[in-house]
Write a protein that binds this ligand. Sequence first.
Ligand code: ADP
Ligand code: MG
Ligand code: MG
Length: 871
Amino acid sequence: PKYVYDFTEGNKDLKDLLGGKGANLAEMTNLGLPVPPGFTITTDACRSFLADAAFPDGLEEEISEHLAALEARMGRRLGQADDPLLVSVRSGAAFSMPGMMETVLNIGLNDDSVRGLAKQAGGNERFAWDSYRRLIQMFGKTVQGIDGELFDDALEELKDGRADLDLQAADFQRLVATYKDIVRAQTGEDFPADPHRQMNMAVRAVFESWNAPRAVLYRRQERIPADLGTAVNVCSMVFGNCGMDSGTGVAFTRDPGTGHQGVYGDYLQNAQGEDVVAGIRNTMSLQELEGIDKPVYDELLRIMDTLENHYRDLCDIEFTVERGKLWMLQTRVGKRTAGAAFRIAVQLVDQGVIDLDEAVTRVSGDQLAQLMFPRFAKDTGGTVIAKGMNASPGAAVGKAVFCTERAVELAGRGEAVILVRRETNPDDLAGMIAAQGVLTSRGGKTSHAAVVARGMGKTCVCGAEELEVSTRERRFTAPGGVVVSEGDVISIDGSSGLVYLGEVPVVPSPVVEYFEGTGDLDDELVRAVDRIMSHADARRRLQVRANADNAEDAARARRFGAQGIGLCRTEHMFLGERRQLVEDLVLASSDEERERALAALEPLQRADFTEIFQAMAGLPVTIRLIDPPLHEFLPDYTELAVKVALAGDAAEEKDRRLLAAVKRLHEQNPMLGLRGVRLGLVIPGLFAMQVRAIADAAAAVPGARAEIMIPLVGAVQELEHVRDEARRILAEAGVEALVGTMIEVPRAALTAGQIAEAAEFFSFGTNDLTQMTWGFSRDDVEAAFFSKYLELGVFGVSPFETLDRDGVGRLVALAAEEGRRTRPDLKLGICGEHGGDPASVHFCHQVGLDYVSCSPFRIPVARLEAARAAL
Ligand code: ADP
Ligand code: MG
Ligand code: MG
């Protein structure tokens, strides 16, 4: 295979092979934009290297050939003493993993070539020695695994309070010597002077960084597969650190927070690489760049325009200016906040860049869900102690913590925390994941904290410069002498950038109010959501229903766009004051007593169903007959036993009988015990009473459309008994209703062809189906070992969250197919938690279900994802 591609050979569609960075460097090269020449080593090569712990055959030669070609083109050799070619070695996977992987700049410098570099730069010794010390620092840290603080501390000591721009050539020269000492002390060897060895070691280190702990953690968090590998880009160096007419910057073609068009970015003069995002000095805005170098600024804007038109989306870019000449070092379709995603999609439609179909694919259910979170009330009266930048929206309240370890520790105890840092770096990732929100005192909207938080959908306020953060003392001070110490509660607003002391109350989001029908249609975000949702509804094939057990939820579900109820659980109607009636039912010792108990329950059930039918009139309502084990409705055995024992002879007869019944009904494994259809077959009259209540309620509400659903069926014979009785009762009441079943026991899925003979619809109960297919008790195992399983990669996400396609999914697909073979008009739906999970909704679309059913708040998410699945 071909392992190395010149930038002129690739293109943006080769992301899997060249990584995002490599593919887009190639795309920009081919667009004729100024990209420093270079080449990309493929992810294939990385995978092969990781499997064999060695370069695959031929890779070494291929790299040499491409390097030779690059040298010929540039007219200098790598590390050539009198005029060195220098390169960067940059990681870049198919998915952007901000800060996760390693990049080394200035490869090719050593004690000889540093002088050549200075000479070629017109005697700029300061620049050459600054570049050299950066190489040793980055190489030492990322390739040789030396603690970066050793280098940072040496630099701080040398600076001795001076600004970095005040350092002179001699300072950097001294720093190089110190850095070399550090390398020797830490590795037992001299810093490698041979340029080819430097490059080779760096390439290996990039490959290996794929499996660095924080990369593994990030992938798990973002659900990126673990076996993709990274590409490596070797790119000839351009220098932003060779004077004040040079610099480096980052920019967005639109505001990633609001989507508004304009010029957004940060620029730092006389700086290299990540100095901009690291917050070493305060950056200037691009407007200020216009003031100091108009030609560069104009060209940058032209290029941003070219990129946005070419990618037809918001792009973010990295660029460097070397003595007045602009170079492009990276671009990609940029991350954005959830609100900006909706706004940008609609803005691009209005500009005629994309159509509405594409706009729907540009937003996601997860983003919509984020917009439905509550936010802080406008006039909160809370005490504002600072204002930073609104880097990632949301309202977060929690205890201030100042390091990752504490964030993880407190969050592990179930406490809400806000991670407060001067600035974050990749080592803070675990803390950011654990925290409700992130607050920094340094850095702009392109800082590490901002980029990573936006990617995770986590609330972030960055660059709150009035705050003095002391990590060591675990506290920060705000203007006016306010001191916040570890454990004090603060609230941060990622939409306004405001930081509050104490806990601030939250209010519903405008998007939720829009779905409720009370929203402000003048709001730009609400209008964008409205347009996208209307188009999504026109495009989806899957219907969306709600899981709702009472009239209030049913009404809300309807407002949120539900096209029916897919799961109405009747057992909730047996709780509270009605417990007594259930006790009477269980205690009944004669037919007469039992019938009396059922007769008392019936009008209550009828009234429940009537209300729900009224709320949903005209739309189908699937009612599941009672499902859980009866003992769930009875008193606790131990408590009752103690009560009876204490009362001694005086114990009431009723309590004694109840105790005996509870004992009789006790099961070791109730989820696999007497529940669902089994209960219906064992307790005469129970299901009949429920069906009668449904029938009478339906008869009383014009337009009511009842669907009666039998739970936990494993064999068609079970269903036949219940169905026959139900049909008889419905006929007596003169009511038409479908009778169908849940498919939630693996045997039901496997015998779906037979079951469909007796069922007019199937609804996949994927909670139980997952539990029984894996043999996991869903109430117990998640806490017990799922984190271990996720760590070991047994699964990438809990199968209770996202439907397990390989196992449970096969049962669903099989049952759907065989059920429809028996009964072509069999209606198919899903009513487990998966019905509101984006990936699972796509699966349901693919296997041809008619609808998904989910909790009311997930309905908009399911509507959107159903459309995305169809497009
Ligand atoms: P990341 O994926 O973390 O953004 P990059 O590979 O983009 O890492 O590189 C880190 C920094 O170094 C960026 O600011 C980038 O623009 C800069 N950089 C990378 N290669 C070069 C180069 N050849 N010349 C100048 N700067 C470079
Ligand atoms: Mg980086
Ligand atoms: Mg970059």
